[in-house]
Design a protein around this ligand. Structure first.
Ligand SMILES: [Zn+2]
Length: 137
């Protein structure tokens, strides 16, 4: 489904630059040895401002989902009803990303199933964004 083009900020530019190279990167805190997303200026746990960006596998699992029947975003109305699922990364289950689970009917979302990242080009600017599909599909 068509997605809006994000406008990268100084904070999340590395994330979106990597998306354009079909790579998923997430901030990592060395002292805590943990990943965090969405990007922040510092570690949410210990306050370390020296976060680095690390590439992750792009594999995760479906943690939960809702079905949207009445979106406030006009460009999404023709796609209704659609999935919004939370994806927990394999490297750090506390890191959650969102997905529409393209190709998965709204009443057939397999909670707990393995998923893998793909990158979709948004029409307005050509910026790529992460999306998720069932692994092996
Ligand atoms: Zn930390």
């Amino acid at each position: 489904m068509p997605k809006q083009s994000p406008v990268p900020t100084e904070l999340d530019q590395p994330f979106y630059d990597a998306c354009n190279e079909d790579r998923l990167v997430v901030q990592h805190c060395g002292p805590c040895n943990r990943f965090q997303f969405p990007p922040r200026m510092m570690c949410a746990r210990c306050g370390n401002p020296g976060l680095t960006w690390r590439q992750v596998s792009g594999r995760g699992r479906i943690k939960s989902r809702v079905v949207v029947y009445d979106s406030p975003v006009s460009t999404l109305v023709p796609e209704q009803p659609f999935n919004v699922a939370t994806i927990a990364l394999d490297e750090e289950p506390d890191v959650i990303m969102l997905s529409h689970l393209p190709g998965v009917p709204v009443d057939q979302v397999p909670i707990g199933a393995a998923v893998e990242v793909i990158f979709e080009t948004t029409p307005a600017t050509g910026q790529k964004v992460p999306e998720w599909r069932l692994a092996g599909s």
